[in-house]
Design a protein around this ligand. Sequence first.
Ligand SMILES: O=c1[nH]c(=O)c2[nH]c(=O)[nH]c2[nH]1
Length: 332
Amino acid sequence: MSTGGVTELQTTLHARYGKDKVRVLRVVRDGAWHHVVEYNVTALLEGDIDVSYTHADNSVVVATDSIKNITYYLAKVSPHILVPEHFALHLGTHLVSRYAHIHKAFITVEQLRWTRIPLNNTQSKAGEEKGHTHAFYRDGEDKRVVKVEVDASAGKDRLVGHVISGISDLLVLKSTGSSFSSFIRDEYTTLAEVDDRIFSTSVDLQYKFAPVELPVPADAKQIDFKLGEAKTADGTVWDAVGVAERARKVTLEVFAEDESASVQATLYRMAQLLLVQNAGVQTVTYSLPNKHYIPVDMRYIGVENVTPPSKAEVFMPIAAPSGLISATVSRK
Ligand SMILES: O=c1[nH]c(=O)c2[nH]c(=O)[nH]c2[nH]1
């Protein structure tokens, strides 16, 4: 095949490939007490794969179809399936352990909500969870999103996990307890200062853990993977489940309770508290659209709906544009 002079170019290649949007629902049966998780999984590989791009040499290619099959296989056999961080680490570890020339795996797991229907009010054996034994409902479009990199570049027996977890699409609204004033006023300013307004956002949160030292799977099939022993680099035990619960709680609590002077100030309070409550978290990033609701001006018909802002009752939701406020907060 003619390369049309391309071979004369000096090129570097950064290559990564795999399967996207692998959809899986897993049922775990503890007698009559069932658990379900639904995940959208992306699994990408890096390693000595350049020749598949540069020389059409597929001998180094684990087919993306096989990567999909491995995802379903691990969904069946992994003891870590119910916790997205743990499952992502297991899948990544399995991939880099199974293939000598693969040095990094990048796994994203997006978890959709299935919450027990609060009928019957049955309790699990452990007495923690309540609700129906095997019927669930979608109680929100927000997702738990986990991004994991399993890095084997220091050796297959010295695996390191880099984990970023978070929440996306958590839609919230409060009808008071939010103001916005004292901003720059110049020739471009039309916005009125308000001591009371609607505050609504769709929370996108990412929090990064300190790197996790991963245990090497004890068996040839890489299924015996004792994540309970995983430690962060500073020696603290890694607690993905506890952090996830506290992160969601603190986000909702601060949103509800903060007397918000701006989206910026409320965002910073959320991030600060998340860091204070979770020693293993290094950085917190929030991205918060300011979804505007505008009081409808009815003065043309002799009805006051705009002033004072605290008396406004009818609002027009504005789909676009929205503000977009984001920040990453880390420890000193
Ligand atoms: O909380 C806010 N932050 C802003 O930066 C901003 N800008 C704006 O027009 N409204 C708001 N609200």
